[in-house]
Design a protein around this ligand. Structure first.
Ligand code: GGG
Length: 350
């Protein structure tokens, strides 16, 4: 039975997350009867919250997401680059707590790329729960000074389910092409397991031959970055362990104008959370010039994942129109407009 209302947890967290999450809220409200009436719950998390309270992800936020929300939107977090005792990234924790094992990051050109640059239309499927993100690090004293170690976890289960997500996505795209990203020439055990397990997905009993028409290629992560810059048009769906996926999607973003355009969803079997790929951008936070388009697109991805295609398509169409017209754009895209002006323009198009 269709829902009467859609309860959406909003977690702006830090920096420009607080400026772009309201944009998605307004855009969702503008959809009227194309989606169940959205009800929003404001939720706390982030580094700034940690500095005030000593916790980065309150238990209450996780409980409310689990018990009361149909879906969520996360902004961005300002995790420090140094060790802060007691702090751990709330977005990394949320992905694990809610078992949001797949981070889907579409990167595509809307307006033709300048010069002779080929157009980009790819999706990075990033494993979202393990790799170096298990954050098992330690520091010890060795014979030549300090020694730092990190454990990298790759499991068959996580590789299989991200592989299934990637094959399913590839199957439903026109080109039906999947590239497995790894570094098995050096990390033959960990990346070897990832590569072999993803490769094995079409042969699983429940695949029933349905992936037979997906063309599979593989590429070492370093040469994938090179090819991404030289001939991005060769890529369709790219599936990667956690860290490579994060790096590749930022690199791909550079090909389409701005990280401020790239959306994502963190998805599991029972929950979906939209999240712009960009970070908290402390250099521009509070100036009112953050690009809200990635977050509005993340809301669209979230809606599509929940089956509200009409609403999702309206958001995407409005965003694409604003980009194509090129009149009302924030400075990351070469414009001079404020966040609020871009939001108003998107709302007009919706
Ligand atoms: N919205 C993206 C964001 O907040 N990025 C900051 C961050 O620390 N992300 C961890 C990661 O996704 O690797």
């Amino acid at each position: 039975m269709p829902l009467e209302s859609l309860t959406i947890g909003l977690i702006p967290a830090d920096g420009i997350g607080r400026e772009v999450i309201p944009a998605a809220r307004h855009a969702l409200e503008a959809l009227g009867s194309d989606i169940p009436k959205p009800e929003f719950i404001d939720l706390l998390a982030g580094f700034e919250y940690f500095t005030r309270t000593g916790t980065a992800l309150p238990e209450e936020t996780v409980q409310i997401l689990r018990q009361d929300c149909d879906c969520a939107l996360f902004g961005s977090v300002s995790s420090p680059s140094r060790k802060v005792v007691g702090y751990s990234s709330p977005i990394v924790a949320l992905r694990k707590e809610l078992d949001l094992y797949a981070n889907i990051r579409p990167v595509f050109s809307v307006a033709p790329n300048p010069g002779e640059q080929p157009n980009v239309d790819l999706v990075v499927v990033r494993e979202n729960t393990e790799c170096l993100y298990v954050k098992d690090e330690n520091l010890s004293e060795g014979p030549h000074g300090k020694e730092a170690r990190a454990t990298r976890l790759i499991t068959e289960r996580a590789s299989r389910r991200i592989g299934q997500t990637a094959f399913e996505l590839a199957l439903n795209r026109p080109r039906k092409h999947l590239t497995i990203i790894h570094k098995s020439n050096v990390l033959s055990i960990t990346d070897g397991l990832f590569r072999e397990t993803v490769r094995g997905v079409p042969g699983l009993p429940d695949s029933n031959g349905k992936y037979d028409h997906v063309a599979v290629m593989e590429q070492l992560v370093d040469s994938a970055v090179y090819r991404l810059f030289r001939e991005p048009q060769v890529f369709d769906v790219m599936v990667a362990p956690n860290l490579y996926g994060d790096i590749l999607s930022d690199a791909a973003a550079a090909l389409v104008g701005s990280l401020g355009l790239i959306p994502s969803v963190n998805q599991g079997d029972d929950f979906v959370m939209g999240e712009p790929v960009h970070g908290s951008a402390p250099d521009i936070a509070g100036k009112g010039i953050a690009n809200p388009l990635a977050t509005i697109r993340s809301a669209a991805l979230m809606l599509r994942q929940l089956g509200y295609d009409t609403g999702a398509n309206r958001l995407d169409k409005a965003v694409n129109q604003v980009i194509r017209e090129g009149q009302i754009l924030t400075p990351d895209l070469g414009g001079t407009s404020k966040t609020q002006e871009v939001i108003d323009e998107v709302l007009k198009k919706i």
